[in-house]
Ligand binder design. Sequence first.
Ligand code: AMP
Ligand code: MG
Length: 419
Amino acid sequence: MSEDICVIAEKKALLSVDEAQARLFAALIPLTQTETIPLKQAIGRVLASDVPSPISLPFARNSAMDGYAFSSTGLSPQTPFTLKCVGSVFAGTPFTHALQQGECVRIFTGAVVPDDADSVVMQEQVRVTGQTIHFPADVAFGKHIRQIGEDVRTGDVLCSARKTLSAIDLGLLAAGGIEFVDVIRKLNVAYFSTGDELIGLGLALSTGKVYDSNRYSLHGLLQNPNYTVFDGGVIADDRALLKHTLQKAAEQFDVIITTGGASVGEADYIHAVLTECGEVNFWKIAMKPGKPLAFGKLGNCYFFGLPGNPVAVTTTFDIFLKPALHYLFTGANTRKPLLFSAICTTPLTKSRGRREFQRGILTQTLSGELEVATAGLQGSHVLSSASAANCYIILNEDTTGVACGEVVTVLLFNPLHSA
Ligand code: AMP
Ligand code: MG
């Protein structure tokens, strides 16, 4: 067979990344069960319903500055004027007396502006002699007062259903006096490594064995306040054991993730077990790294059989698992992440047929242009270059390589990490 015929044959057998994502999202049913939790525990959780504000914000008319509050009635802003200071208003202690014409009060930020006052002038703009306050010409009237409800009116939605709560959201809800929130319940996720060659940390390595690194990557990738995560350990390459362990886990968890054993080797049983005990939705994807990726269901449990190669694990997690799990508790399909165009400063090699997610290092020049360079060796076992990288360089199926200076598409996976 010529190389082109081989590529066509392989392409037919593999599902494109886009088709696989579409099938994945079509199969997922977002969670609906909710729980009520104290506001402080709600960071990163997903709201189950709209939260209307029981109060207006600001709740009362208050000063935006430290200064002097007065009524501008009868005063001309073009002419300097003097007013008698009849008291001070502090935040938390409203001024209880009526303010007469010719009078003002010293006021501090957040203090309630007396009903009779319509203006606050900053303290830096006035001169004080005893109780007499001298205002210069051209002070602005009607300023520096925060009006009732200018931020939020009673009944306005503070945060909407299915919003992932940020630190600012917690502040907003607290400002509205919300003490408890209803959120979507946590997703129960279990993960397992599979392979006879795997040993745990702390044991001496012998030829043929490798430390089980995938469970550590998954442990990191699954840090999310919306998941309850269970580390199921290592399952040997034993079909009966695999079947038994996964079937039992499927009764307890919403999602099972395995790594390894998903390919077509003689000790790769994931596909066979999923076929026998559940349903396979798709198996092989036209992507690199990450060709063998089995997705289906074991009873009511979603099952993701990721490849064994360590970089294929993190890549398939980022491209499929992360948006899928997010969809399960937000109900929002976020599979279109922000992509950037960058000038590639190193040549890249690739063969036609699969979409590649090459690991790259994205930087910004002094003039603001984005540049990306390869992070090094691209084998799906090469964790060191993936560790040095901060982005994927996405090369489409038909691309056969990239020359220096060409524009490529990148997806950030570690925005805090820049070279
Ligand atoms: P498999 O998909 O089971 O054929 O594994 C592919 C490659 O990934 C092999 O070189 C495995 O030794 C390696 N591998 C599988 N699972 C792990 C793991 N948990 N940690 C590190 N390497 C692994
Ligand atoms: Mg294996």
